[in-house]
Design a protein around this ligand. Structure first.
Ligand code: ADP
Ligand code: MG
Length: 474
């Protein structure tokens, strides 16, 4: 059975009132209120006695309802239901423990005709499919807040609670590996968990690929319907659209259609909008219209907190001095931090030994040497890989299907995808004009081999080191 669920809004409402009222007053009147259930336009709350009910109604009903309106964008009425306090003090009253139809005039049952209404939060349902490309682990829970990103994170949370209303459209920008994708997907995950809104989460590159495919198959109307009839559209890495006119045109219309229908749009970009080149003027003005928040590299304390949280979620015990070592040596971005941690965790799992500061120093030497990976061109990756396998760089770009050439080619693509920020489409071009699906296939091949061949990982690590050294010199 579907149900309207406003519990998070209720919690947030009374939290905010708590700040306004002060602890003493809050404790007297609010500590005994319990959220019970909601209807389309009502929230029902338990009070311990009719005295309480009358007092709270008189004193606070208006402010509660106006806070709720602020948060949900809806006119919700708060109803009070007296549940005499013979329940143990700290055990919350659960709706399923109550008799049905307690007579407050509204029911939690939902008229099926109301399902999937056009705006705002929609009713919660049982199981539903997770949207494609939405990573389960990119949630607010796992996102460490710091002073550098708190504005962005708070705005993202507000959007999640009230999509299409609060900050729309919304754009997160900042350098590589600073958490743009994570934050954007956290919005998607929150909305996915808490509502029935239809969510599309996609990279700019895949948006382009689907667009091109739709054109070539004569299915443009399917494409348009897909993207214009969603409640939430998240597009990652919009800088990828630079110089791609056709898809910009399509995005412009999608943008307008969704905004007109008050649907939530969220974008990420690796630079400020003003620095984008080769974007049509009118699409540019749409991007300019977004609420723009930037992410900055984290400070030392935040780096430690991120590492601790990441280690914890992988249930790996890493000594504080190792956390300190990594945080001091890697400051440019979060992705490098996490990948250093992952190197240590893999080592620990493979060797069955705990990590000491000496091991960490030794294993992370290379990660510590290369500060920014700025010089890592695809060209250098190809040169070093080809040389390592006694091949010519043209073998990697060419069409030869000899086993060792195919392997070296796939490996170079895999490494390039790992240590640079080039898209699979760009990599395909650099590898002799191949299609992005070929690149994806190659990467999957190597991933598959990594599962069965324990030596491959160290080969890859030493190749990466060689590439970094070579790039530092060139
Ligand atoms: P971007 O999209 O900006 O390149 P990502 O969102 O892919 O960066 O983040 C890179 C990695 O760092 C991911 O594993 C992500 O989970 C992690 N990360 C980034 N910022 C944070 C943060 N504030 N708290 C926890 N993990 C973070
Ligand atoms: Mg990203």
């Amino acid at each position: 059975m579907a149900e309207w669920d406003y519990e998070v809004f209720w919690e947030e409402t009374i939290n905010q009132l708590r700040a306004n009222l002060g602890e003493e007053e809050f404790n007297v009147w609010f500590s005994n209120l319990k959220y019970l259930r909601a209807g389309e336009k009502t929230i029902t709350v338990a009070v311990p006695s009719s005295f309480y009910r009358d007092q709270v109604k008189n004193r606070y009903q208006k402010s509660i309802e106006s806070k709720l309106k602020e948060l949900t964008g809806k006119e919700l009425t708060v109803c009070f239901e007296v549940i005499p306090e013979n329940l143990p003090e700290d055990e919350p009253v659960r709706p399923d423990a109550l008799p049905e139809n307690t007579g407050s005039g509204e029911k939690s049952g939902l008229n099926p005709a109301l399902k999937g209404g056009p705006d705002g939060i929609q009713p919660k349902k049982e199981k539903k499919a997770r949207p494609a490309y939405l990573r389960e682990d990119y949630t607010f829970d796992k996102y460490v807040n710091s002073e550098n990103n708190s504005f962005a994170a708070n705005a993202a949370i507000a959007i999640s609670k009230n999509p299409g209303k609060t900050y729309n459209p919304f754009l997160i920008y900042g350098g590589v590996g600073l958490g743009k994708t994570h934050l954007m997907q956290a919005i998607g995950n929150y909305i996915y968990e808490n509502s029935d809104n239809k969510i599309i989460s996609i990279t700019a590159e895949n948006f382009l690929n689907e667009y091109v495919q739709a054109i070539s198959e004569g299915k443009m109307s399917v494409f348009k319907n897909k993207f214009r009839y969603t409640d939430i559209l998240l597009i990652d890495d919009i800088h990828f659209f630079q110089g791609k006119e056709g898809v910009q045109e399509e995005l412009f219309h999608t943008f307008n259609a969704l905004l007109d229908a008050k649907k939530q749009l969220v974008f990420t970009c690796d630079r400020p909008v003003s620095e984008l080149k080769k974007i049509s003027e009118r699409l540019m003005s749409r991007f300019e219209q977004c609420l723009k928040v930037d992410l900055q590299p984290p400070k030392y304390e935040t780096r430690c907190a991120i590492l601790k949280s990441a280690a914890e979620s992988r249930r790996a015990s890493i000594p504080d001095e190792v956390i300190d070592l990594i945080s001091k040596n890697i400051s440019s971005n979060v992705r490098d931090l996490i990948s250093a941690l992952n190197t240590l965790i893999s080592y620990m799992e493979l060797m069955g030994k705990p990590i000491t500061i000496e091991i960490a120093q030794q294993r992370l030497r290379d990660a510590f040497v290369s500060p920014r990976q700025a010089n890592l061109s695809i060209d250098n990756i190809q040169k070093v890989t080809a040389e390592h396998y006694d091949l010519n760089i043209n073998d990697l770009k060419g069409k030869k299907k000899t086993k060792n050439i195919v392997f070296a080619r796939q490996l170079a693509m895999y490494i390039a995808r790992e240590i640079t920020d080039y898209s699979t489409t760009e990599l395909g071009q650099a590898f002799g004009g191949r299609d992005h699906t070929t690149v994806m296939h190659s990467i999957d091949k190597i991933k598959g081999q990594l599962l069965t061949d324990p030596k491959l990982e160290s080969t890859i690590e030493s190749l990466k080191r060689l590439i970094k050294e070579y790039s530092a010199k060139s």
